[in-house]
Design a protein around this ligand. Sequence first.
Ligand code: PLP
Length: 391
Amino acid sequence: MKKQTIAIDNRFVRPDVYGSLAVPIYTNVSFEFDDAQQMADAFTGRSKAPDYARVENPTVTNFENRVRELSGAAHVTAYNSGMAAISNALFAVTAQGKNIVSSRHLFGNTLALLTTTLMPFGVKPKLRDLTDLDAVEKAVDDNTCCIYLEIVTNPQLEVADLQALAAIAHRKNIPLIADSTVIPFTETSLKDLGVDIEVLSSTKYLSGGGTSLGGLIIDYGTFPEINKRLKGDLLFNVGAYMNPYSAYQQTLGLETLDVRYQRQAANAQHVAEGLREIKEIERVTYIGLKDSPFYELARKQFGPTSGAMIAIDLASKEACFKFINSLKLVHRATNLFDNRTLAIHPASTIFGLFPERQLEQMDVRQTTIRLSIGLEDPDDILDDIRQAVKQ
Ligand SMILES: *Cc1c(COP(=O)(O)O)cnc(C)c1O
């Protein structure tokens, strides 16, 4: 079956007793067994029957199974946030004395996880320009546990060569871990490009309009010990499993993901092209624009669509604030890939507590506004931006 059919054709592991067509939400904590042997089998992993909801829940399992089918992964685990998925993936691959080769162009909390949270455990980040393959090759040493990157960085919109990075990682027998939040796994196969583990914030495209937090680890099974650590150890002892309400909302989100994504990506392309005609906007950054330095690579890796994240640069921070204050349709909010179009000034908000020098190293400029394009008519979005720019 094709992906849209798989997304809609929701067959439960066990049929619901009432024949519920939508997936039921199981909010219970424990599950009852017929006899002691069944119970022993469930608790020791010899059977798949759920026993306790911190580590298994039918509503969440149903969601994971559908993501697994759609992505072609070996294993999928759902978490309570994108950060929970990212931190668990890194816990699964790292250990004291290890280092993680990554970039300064990272989601703020992921950067802080690498530079602050993991440090006391004896894990060090080696932050490089991941588009400079020589620098990456030099950084990887015998203690490197993985190469970690975001497939399109935010707000720089940088794209690195996944196949080349996978080759470097695999020569050292370590995994390439990619945060794929900005292009859905229904749109591109990162597995074919050599990615071993995909992590993502399902809060974004998947949740269906910013309805719920969630995260996913999509494991292609190339490093089998990672799934053993995730499912046999971390799920139990860290306790960051997705809750059933979010799994329900994100299952519904998954059913409409492709339709929403195609429209949002088309809207973003239209808006990005229109923004270039507005002379007060000094720069429009979008990987779907032919003069983007990442256009060709993005086409090759992600196919014909380019996501719904655009960055624009105005003359100054003051101009950015005035612009944001003048928006009437576009919402002043963080989040990406909501159904609505959102605008934010990253340097003063998401990255507002980073020192100026660090912002420069991260290429987070005071003149940049990040837009996440929604499902409104794209000409209405452009009209609003045009009037706000005039202010
Ligand atoms: C939002 C986001 C995260 C974190 O996800 P949460 O669900 O908010 O924890 C991680 N990576 C990227 C690229 C994101 O956009």
